[in-house]
Write a protein that binds this ligand. Structure first.
Ligand SMILES: Cc1ncc(COP(=O)(O)O)c(C=O)c1O
Length: 376
């Protein structure tokens, strides 16, 4: 009997160390990691700059609470503001918490207002974020949920019809991750923007998974021409350290007042130092270009593999629909090929490697996957 709560069907592998795109298990076996802790370890495992930033900050000051400022937190906030929406930042510890902050923000801006989400969305497991995640299997056991959420098709007409003067916000992932890498149509994003503008509602983008360089631009919205009023981040932001953020653009920047929201740990100096080190690496034109190019190499290679029906990709956020049991392929990839990928559904594999992945590693991952797909 495990001492861990049975919330995950874990694989029988224990990892003890990592470097770049490689993980090492307790027996010393090496694995090629194309999952990166579910799109988290953006600059690879134990990047020396992140390790140094964490070590140096941990030795200097670990925690003071949000009753005070620290230099790493202030610097990170200023950089995120300057590089995205303007306005200000609320720091949290995870993606779900960043979304909770967003939900409170938009409800305060329009008291009692509805939040419109789309089918296929995933925004997290806490009650507000779960209520924004229209998936029967995830929601049903935990009813009653938070009221005021409405799910519609991710189509322009459906969003336009749903938004009115009672709408607090439309919450969207520009590229849906957990549903199997589905970029929302540009027309849907544009329709959401104009419907929100017309109704005085907020457009919020959840870039928890698709932000921080994952799609080949620092933010996914930069490729769409649609700018949200607020945006949530987590995952890749800390390069492996737990940090989330709600970036609040100028329109909503004055909505929160002291006492409205809080977090004991949010934006603490160690995680903020890690995020600053990640930003130093990722917010670089040459780095982001390589993400685009390597993403195209991975996507093209997947298209050439046997049994691959469709590939969806934005930068290094890649999914392949396969003519096989994707869960079984992911399990065999791990245990037989020492390649880490995951299945987002019965027929869909997701590949979200560290953004520092190189051509040779991509080709090797494709080779290992090809053995499994061809050998069925
Ligand atoms: C788009 C998106 N939003 C929110 C979350 C929740 O993030 P966390 O698991 O850090 O709470 C996830 C996690 O997969 C996600 O992909």
């Amino acid at each position: 009997m495990s001492a861990l709560a049975p919330t995950y069907a874990r694989f029988p592998v224990e990892f003890v160390s990592g470097s770049g795109c490689t993980l090492v298990d307790a027996d010393g076996a090496e694995y090629l990691d194309f999952l990166a802790g579910i799109a988290v370890c953006s600059v690879g495992h134990c990047h020396p700059a992140v390790v140094a930033a964490v070590g140096e900050q941990a030795a200097r000051l670990m925690h003071v609470s949000n009753l005070f400022t620290t230099a790493p937190m202030t610097r990170l906030a200023e950089r995120l503001v300057a590089r995205s929406l303007g306005g200000n930042v609320f720091f949290a510890n995870s993606g779900a918490e960043a979304n909770e902050a967003a939900l409170k923000l938009v409800r305060k801006a329009r008291p009692g207002g509805d939040v419109i989400v789309v089918h296929g969305a995933f925004h997290g497991r806490t009650y507000g974020a779960l209520s924004a995640t229209p998936q029967e299997a995830k929601q049903a056991p935990f009813a009653p949920l938070v009221p005021g959420f409405r799910a519609v098709e991710a189509m322009p007409e459906a969003i336009a019809a749903a938004v009115d003067e009672h709408t607090a916000a439309v919450l969207l992932e520009p590229v849906q991750g957990e549903s199997g890498v589905h970029p929302l149509p540009l027309e849907t994003l544009r329709a959401a923007r104009s419907a929100c503008d017309a109704a005085g509602a907020a457009l919020v983008f959840d870039e928890v998974q698709c932000g921080m360089g994952r799609t080949g631009t620092l933010w996914a919205y930069e490729q769409t021409g649609v700018v949200p009023d607020a945006m949530t981040l987590a995952k890749g932001l800390g390069g492996g350290m737990p940090i989330g953020a709600l970036l609040i653009g100028p329109r909503l920047a004055d909505v929160f007042a002291p006492g409205d929201h809080g977090s004991t740990f949010g934006g603490g100096p160690v995680v903020a130092a890690a995020a600053n080190a990640v930003l130093d690496i990722v917010d670089d034109a040459a780095f982001l270009l390589a993400v685009m190019e390597n993403g195209a190499r991975l996507a093209d290679g997947l298209r050439d593999l046997p049994g691959v029906r469709a590939v969806r990709a934005r930068g290094l956020m890649v999914a392949a629909d396969v003519d096989a049991d994707a869960q079984e392929i992911a399990r065999r990839a791990l245990l037989e090929q020492r390649l880490i990928v995951n299945a987002t559904g019965p027929g869909t594999l997701r590949l979200v490697p560290p953004l520092i992945v190189g051509e040779a590693e991509i080709d090797e991952a494709l080779r290992r996957l090809g053995i499994l797909l061809g050998a069925r």
